[in-house]
Design a protein around this ligand. Structure first.
Ligand SMILES: NC(=O)c1ccc[n+]([C@@H]2O[C@H](COP(=O)([O-])OP(=O)(O)OC[C@H]3O[C@@H](n4cnc5c(N)ncnc54)[C@H](O)[C@@H]3O)[C@@H](O)[C@H]2O)c1
Length: 355
């Protein structure tokens, strides 16, 4: 069974490795920019390159397509691939708004193809284990969660004033927000927005807002918070962590740059055997990936591999996909609402006329 990749940029190689992991062959890749398509197919030893998706779909017999183009093209590319009968893996953000998401879901319903979405951070080692622990009741009932995302001002997208992300609704946050939102949705459930606070602290003139704090509520008095900063210089340009509070304990998970997981419970030290064993397991998995895949995390993402593996298995009747179309829609619904508020805040308010 053959696979095609649309968009030959930063994230695309990670998709190629994930498809190869499940034994499928990436036979073609397509990019509007021919140079990018040629270089990518050469680097990744993919037999054919295209600059037109229509041509690729016509000439290749493709079982599935990875949609790795900038978000404003996700819906169009995904719809075209579904109409050609392909299964699709769509990078986050699912789409740029709920209108496009509805169009895509309507096409999916009529199509023979299936779809999953890359909610990647949820399937990194630490947070994936955290979810298993929560499901097993290790910290009792979850009552709250905080997600912190710290970017350096020269982070790859934020630092480039011409990057497509700045043109999204919500600017750079429109690209980044899906991650903390799906993390909170996975642990807390449906979210209502309670408060959105923004600020401008840094010197990237093209980012009128570079600090974001959001408070969300799930049910009654179960709060989730998000802090995204683009003012946190560091060696690793992105640091992501999550704290999950339960009635019987707390979990702290670092997601990037490295996975760590600590469960804190009353009357038990942090260097408890369970925590040490958990760390050893995570580090063992890292080292195993580097040795067996001969790839660093930049080229091999365990989360992409898990999502694509579960998707392929679900297509042959084994289990369910990890990320469903409904999850993609719920995610983008909340992201869209927050981005609307961000954009209202970044438009300079007209001074009230003095009477
Ligand atoms: N899951 C993650 O952690 C993660 C990380 C980075 C990016 N992403 C997502 O992946 C997607 C791609 O991001 P990227 O950083 O790889 O972007 P990129 O800009 O590096 O690459 C995108 C490529 O798509 C090409 N392209 C644009 N429109 C096209 C079209 N209509 N048809 C074919 N090719 C087209 C561009 O020429 C470019 O080469 C985005 O949705 C982004 O949010 C996800």
């Amino acid at each position: 069974m053959n696979v095609g990749v649309v968009g030959c940029g930063f994230i695309s190689g990670i998709h190629v490795n994930a498809w190869r992991d499940v034994g499928l062959t990436v036979t073609a890749a397509c990019d509007l920019n021919e140079k990018a398509a040629i270089e990518f197919t050469k680097d990744w030893k993919i037999p054919k390159h295209y600059t037109s998706l229509t041509e690729m779909l016509k000439n290749e017999d493709l079982f599935a397509i990875s949609v790795c183009v900038p978000p404003r093209f996700h819906a169009d590319v995904a719809i075209q691939a579904l109409e050609a009968g392909c299964n699709i893996v769509v990078e986050k953000p699912f789409t740029v708004n709920t209108g496009e998401a509805k169009k895509l879901l309507a096409t999916l319903e009529k199509s023979t193809g299936k779809m999953t979405i890359i909610h990647s951070q949820l399937y990194e080692h630490s947070i994936y284990s955290a979810m298993k622990k929560v499901k097993a009741g290790e910290i009792g009932q979850v009552v709250g969660m905080d997600v912190t995302v710290l970017h350096s001002p020269d982070e790859i997208m934020a630092g480039d004033k011409n990057h497509w992300c700045h043109k999204l609704a919500g600017g750079r946050f429109g690209e980044n927000l899906p991650h903390p939102i799906y993390l909170l949705q996975a642990f807390l459930g449906k979210l209502d927005i309670k408060s959105v606070l923004t600020d401008k602290l840094g010197n990237n003139d093209w980012m009128p807002i570079d600090e974001l704090r959001v408070i969300l509520e799930s049910g009654k008095n179960k709060f989730g918070t998000i802090h995204i900063s683009f003012n946190a210089p560091g060696h690793d340009r992105t640091v992501v962590s999550a704290s999950i509070y339960g009635t019987g304990g707390t979990i702290h998970a670092d997601i990037y740059p490295v996975s760590t997981l600590f469960v804190s419970k009353p009357g038990r030290g942090i260097l408890h055997f369970g925590n040490v064993a958990q760390q050893a397991k995570i580090w063992g998995a890292y080292i195993k990936n580097i040795i067996t895949k001969r790839k660093t995390p930049r080229y091999y993402s365990i989360s992409h591999a898990r999502i694509i593996k579960a998707f392929v298995e679900s297509l042959s009747g084994n289990g369910s996909p990890l990320v469903t179309p409904e999850m993609g829609y719920e995610n983008i619904k909340v992201v869209e609402e927050i981005c609307k508020i961000i954009d209202e805040k970044r438009v300079p308010k007209k001074e009230k006329p003095v009477s």
